[in-house]
Every structure is written in C-alpha cells, then in structure tokens.
Design a protein around this ligand. Sequence first.
Ligand code: EPZ
Length: 421
Amino acid sequence: MDRLVIAGGRRLEGEVAVSGAKNAALPILCAALLTREPLILSNVPRLNDICTMLRLLEQMGVKSERDGHRVSLDASDLNNPVAPYELVKTMRASVLVLGPLVARHGEAQVSLPGGCAIGARPVDQHIKGLQSMGAEVGVDHGYVNARAGRLRGARIFTDMVTVTGTENLMMAACLADGETVIENAAREPEVVDLAQCLVSMGAQISGAGTDLIRIRGVERLHGAEHRVMPDRIETGTFLCAAAVTGGDVRLTGTSTGYLDAVVDKLMDAGCDIVGEKTPSFEAIRIRAPHRLQAVSIRTAPYPAFPTDMQAQFMAINTVAEGTAIIRETIFENRFMHAVELQRLGADIRIDGNTAVVKGVDRLQGATVMATDLRASASLVIAGLVADGETTVDRIYHLDRGYERIEEKMNALGARIRREKA
Ligand code: EPZ
C-alpha cells in the first residue's frame, strides 16, 4: 500500500486547477444506463472510484471509452443487470445503478453496499422510494433484488435527506409513467448537475436544488454531451491547505458558489477569499493570515456546512488560535481522523458526535494512518504544518477521491513524496 511522506513548514502559493466532481460524475456515469444512445462526458476526474464505476458498468454490458478527462458510454447492449459484491464493497456509490437498471431494464440485483468506516450507510430510502413507484424489491443473501414493469410516478417523502437516495429515485422517475415528486430531496449541487445532464438527455425535471423535485416521466431518453461540475470538496480541501500554511493560492476551474458555508467559515478564521469570474474562466483566490482563528462548525445537508469538509476543518483547527467545537450530524462515526491527529500532538476531546479542538502552537510530524477518504485529506493538511516529516499510510483511500493530490500540492510549494510500501 502506498504512503505519502510530507515535509512540514512549507507555505503554499501559486495556482492549481480543480478537477471535476467525483460525487457528480458517479451518478452521471450511471445515467448512461437510462438510454440506448451514447452519453459523452467531459471534465470527468481521473480517480479510482471512477475506474471502479466504469468496471461495474462494463460488466453489465456498457461500452466505455476514456480519453483523459473525457468518457463516452454506450449502454445499448445492457445484458447483465447485476452489481456484484466484489465491486460494490469497494465503492458504496455503486448503489446508484439500482434506480436506472430498474427503470430501463425492469430488473436489478445490486449487492448491499455494507457499511464503511464512517457509518452503517443503509439504503432503505432508496428501496422504499422504488417500491412506492411500483417495483417489487426484496433483500436476500446480501443483495437488493428489484423487478418492475414500467415504474409509475409517485409522491415520495424521504425520512432524511439522502444525496444518492435522491439521485437514484430521480433517475428512476425519468422513465416512469406519470409524475414523481420527491419531497425532502437533497439540494446538493451534485444533484443539480445530475438533473442538468438528465434534462439534456430529454428528461423533464424541475426543482432540482430545492427540497421538492418534480419529474415527469417520458418514454425514453436520448444521448447527450455533458461537462461535469467542479469538485467543491477538492476545492474546499485545497482552500484549507492554503489557509493553514498562511498561503496565497488561486484555484482555477471552480467557484465559491458551490461552497458558501465553507468560504464563510474560512473568512471567519481570518482568510481573505475572492471569487474571480469571466465568461470563460472562474477561480477562487485565498490569502491567509500567519495564524488562523479557531472556527466552530456543525455539519448538515446542503447548503449548510458539508460533512465532507468536517475532517479538513478539524485539521486546520488543531493549530488555530482558540478552541473550536465541531459537531458531526450526518454520519455516526466520522471522527476517526481525530486519534490520528492526536498522534501529531493535536489537543482534541471527543464526546459522542462533538469534538472540542484546542489549538496548539505546533504539531509534530509522525506516522499516521488514513481510514477513509476525507480523513486522509485532513492528515495531509496537518502534515503540511507539522514539524518534521509526517507519513500517511494507506493512501488508497485518498486516491479514491483526489486526482494526483501530491502533484497538485507540490506545484503549490509543498514537499510531498509518494512511496510504494
Ligand atoms: C453522499 O453519500 C456522498 N457520496 C458522501 O460523500 C457524502 O458524505 C454524503 O452524501 C452526505 O453529503 C456520494 O455522493 C457518492 P446520504 P450518501 O445518503 O448519499 C442516512 C465522500 O467523501 N441514510 O446523503 O451515501 C445515512 O446513513 C462521500 O465523497 C439512511 O439512513 O449519503 C447518513 O446518515 C462520503 N438511509 C445520512 O442518511 C438511506 O437509505 C445521509 O446519507 C440513505 C441514507
């Protein structure tokens, strides 16, 4: 397993391009299942999770071609509506094939994703929604088995805000007979990006980005071309890396519009952040003070502070002036980076879903272990400011969601090397 070795004490400055959004690209790849015609995507990030999703689609009969950040998909010959455990266990977003398979193919066998490091990650809302649209859905031997004639429009109220639940049901509803209304829908920008792609394929969707989405089903969808939106979590991660090193960094190909809650918190911490926009260009510039002020956060569904930025903010708070309270309200076990940060000398006390982080003057480099994608990012951020060298083990987690992170950080002045373990 690869590891990263990070030399602390380097200020980040310069310019780097943000990649396309993993959490928009994953559902949009699955949208290809809804049509027999080609779906051509651009700005698709080169990530392990994207490779896994392409492998999953290909073993169903989907043909795919990839050229850099462009991916073309052809699902005209769908012959195996199965998502096997071997693939699903490595990436729970595989569940996003469920809705499209039932809608287009009339059946699906999708392995239950199982839990992951951050929580149990059930999919009961995905199942409940499909059942309300007329699908027969059972769970046997670890697989969700679904079967349906043509789905019918329904009024769906999800018990909690679920991003992939909203996405699965929105995709299924595109080919249903009649109108589907999803209430308590997720409002994340990635849901909006998926909806825009579906509409370009001929779907009739309104309300994406609000908590009430209406989908009027159509007989079939056609091919389309779509550019995946920028990755707002990669954007936030690099903003945190610049902030904690007192840096001056410009991030291109992204905008502040997707992550106001994160930008507001970084400004509260003392950073100067400016969005730059021209007709053909968008960017964010951040200039940070020598030392940040501690900022408290509480994660919640969009547009509130994103849970996927919680670990990164815990890292920057470990060396900020003052004490921060961090509350994680989405997942039940998303503080595993805390014990690793404590190995670096951080002063963090955990009480249930609340962490109290008291800023210290310096962290000390050490060997730490990545446990999940965003926890890995927080350890890299901490390593940038720890005295001496920090080694982050098990960085396969990191490679799932960040494209060439050490190359991008080094282009900004960091000194990170990847070692084959
Ligand atoms: C998506 O996961 C993201 N993944 C996650 O990003 C992100 O952390 C999460 O949304 C929250 O924003 C992708 O988009 C591929 P949820 P998802 O369904 O859809 C509970 C990353 O780092 N729930 O919104 O799986 C669930 O347990 C990843 O890129 C049910 O109980 O999350 C959680 O507590 C990590 N039953 C809460 O709802 C269900 O049927 C929100 O989960 C569905 C969800």
